[in-house]
Design a binder for this molecule. Sequence first.
Ligand code: GAL
Length: 841
Amino acid sequence: MMGLKLAMWNALLLVVLSLWACSVEASVSYDSKAIVVNGQRRILISGSIHYPRSAPEMWPDLIQKAKEGGLDVVQTYVFWNGHEPSQGNYYFEGNYDLVKFVKLVHQAGLFVNLRIGPYVCAEWNFGGFPVWLKYIPGIRFRTDNEPFKYHMEKFTRKIVNMMKAERLYATQGGPIILSQIENEYGPMEYELGAPGKAYSNWAAHMAVGLGTGVPWIMCKQDDAPDPIINACNGFYCDYFSPNKAYKPKMWTEAWTGWYTEFGGAVPYRPAEDLAFAVARFIQNGGAFINYYMYHGGTNFGRTAGGPFIATSYDYDAPLDEYGLLRQPKWGHLKDLHRAIKLCEPALVSADPTITPLGNYAQAHVFKSKSGACAAFLSNYNPKSFTKVSFGNMHYNLPPWSISILPDCKNTVYNTARVGAQSATMKMTRVPIHGGFSWQAYNEETTSYSDTSFTVVGLLEQINTTRDASDYLWYMTDIKIDSSEEFLRSGNYPVLTVLSAGHALHVFVNGQLAGTSYGSLEFPKLTFSKGVNLRAGINTITLLSIAVGLPNVGPHFETWNAGVLGPVTLNGLNEGRRDLSWQKWSYKVGLKGEALSLHSLTGSSSVDWIQGSLVARKQPLTWFKTSFDAPKGYAPLALDMGSMGKGQIWINGQSLGRYWPSYKASGSCGGCDYAGTYHEKKCLSNCGEASQRWYHVPHSWLKPTGNLLVVFEEWGGDPNGIFLDRRDVDTVCADIYEWQPTLMNWHMQASGKVNKPLRPKAHLSCGAGQKITKIKFASFGTPEGACGSFHEGACHAHNSYDAFERLCIGQNACSVTVAPEMFGGDPCPSVMKKLSVEAVCS
Ligand code: GAL
């Protein structure tokens, strides 16, 4: 009894203590070496997770995985247009519940870097600016303009006050240790000259004046005024130094991959190169590094910018779009972070001494007065190994890599030696009882009766829709005289439509005449085609479709979309007829949008076509079905491979735009981790859909009767839509004998062993899965990569045995990479490695 009471008291004490620990007020400052939290210099590892890019139910898991991955800080932008969708009407619920997000990060024991912007870029619609801002009289964005500054300050102040009211700044006991104002304004300032300079100064002083008690940063802003810290963004930032010697060296965006655009190939960045870039930054005195993105997530609804930014914002981040670990990236970075943390005492106390170790090799050594010593041995040669001597030891450095020695002696980590497992993922069809059974509703091409207004000439799209919808109808009549020659010859006149973007459907007398679209690089488009006209009055109807508003560049307020003309008809008796300056009728949005067909109530407001009458490949069609939620916890996605272009809703919420018919252009050759990375270097999906799967968050589903609505613009086959689950397919390890590991280093450092230790191969499947088969195992000189391993000249014949014995039937297992595990050394005096691939089911 007493024991129980004591245990209860202890538990209570723990709760009280942890609550107290959570809300301890902390001072945050900085010096030349680092951000200083409570008087202590810290090497901080941070990662971007944008709260609106996932469902709130995913947040705790994402944050936990970030913490396990070795992060100290979560960085997010604040998304103004999500929070103030119309002027003065604020929204902080659902996936825009910023306070909840910040509090969850706090509860996990991590810090927050709040990048308020409020311009964010981020491949986000209009860079985060609300479209209503464009209609404030006299406004000019991101320059020394009073109306702009007024609204920017108002929103920034609102966010800061909200954080203060919730006691979320570190000085109040909260997690926010840093804040950002503006975003990459430097290049803009350069372009704008004096007004740009005045604006950035104003923004800096405005921010500092808000009295958050924690430092402010500006990224890509070389002249950031004191006390603001200027920070670097890029694939590499080791060359960067802050504008004052007393500021720490910070990297706000270490790009973990790159974004996908509809029509573009899918970029990825090898973990070895990302780790190399980070180690390079740290060895040059870097003190804060943020992965952009750590979890990229999804551009739900119409939040994708660009234009043409895909709905997936996966970014090849350490956590994939669905929140699953991307391996080996997540694990390799986790190991890197542990190695860096072992060096922290030396890193924060000394500047590095740099010693050349050969043509391409260097040693960066940090020695503190108290005796701590950490060394980074680097080989910049992208082609070959280099052997170096350092201290009185020899080290062999793989190409394009850095070895980390937290005691200046023993390597615990090399950026090109991946100890973490890699994994391949698979999408598996989820059985839906009876399959999806679709009903259809045809959106009519607009007619004069439902147009909203008529004017002379062509109107710009964003000014007309104010982005309330992607769609704007343009309609006009042309009179064809019966004496027209083409009526006899059959040589139809050519209709030419010039549009500022982004996609266009052309209808002649209600029939689809054709479709054109642009791309991120060239949003403008020209439609030009012979059209079938008849004698008398013909109606030309254009459906202009926006695919996200631009998020980057100067003079935001001046960007255009839609049919700006000219619109001409060539090949008439008179030659060319210009239609641009005749009367045009307009309608914003679709009939189905006005009826809210995507919602539960709206979807029952029309009669849907049922069963076999549902026509396939019919443009402008709404489809609906209902389904029960599948069992299990694996992430879900809709396979839209059979469809063209449109939007998807589940239970009234928009999953985003889909466009699988836009095939990825680009060249997807092999990709060597070594050598300078850029966003076009490593690509996948060439010739396939840029995005075929669309994430369905579990929390959006009810157990039964979920309403799925699809609006198809081009014409697709809904019978090819499937619900898939995302699982780990196979896991691999690829480990050199004698490859250094942190675990072994710890054993040696603690004096438990005094000889070099063998590394271990760790394999682990997803939650609820088991290893069912060893697909490949070879200890020797195997070749290839996870998914394509094959035996090399040297192979231990018992390579499979240990794995068959220790792994089959297990969720996870470890096998020591030593010859005796595989029946002896198959080729003494050759450097060997182990490659293994196991199937998870
Ligand atoms: C940066 C920008 C980010 C994001 C990134 C590309 O320049 O600051 O917001 O747009 O590029 O993903």
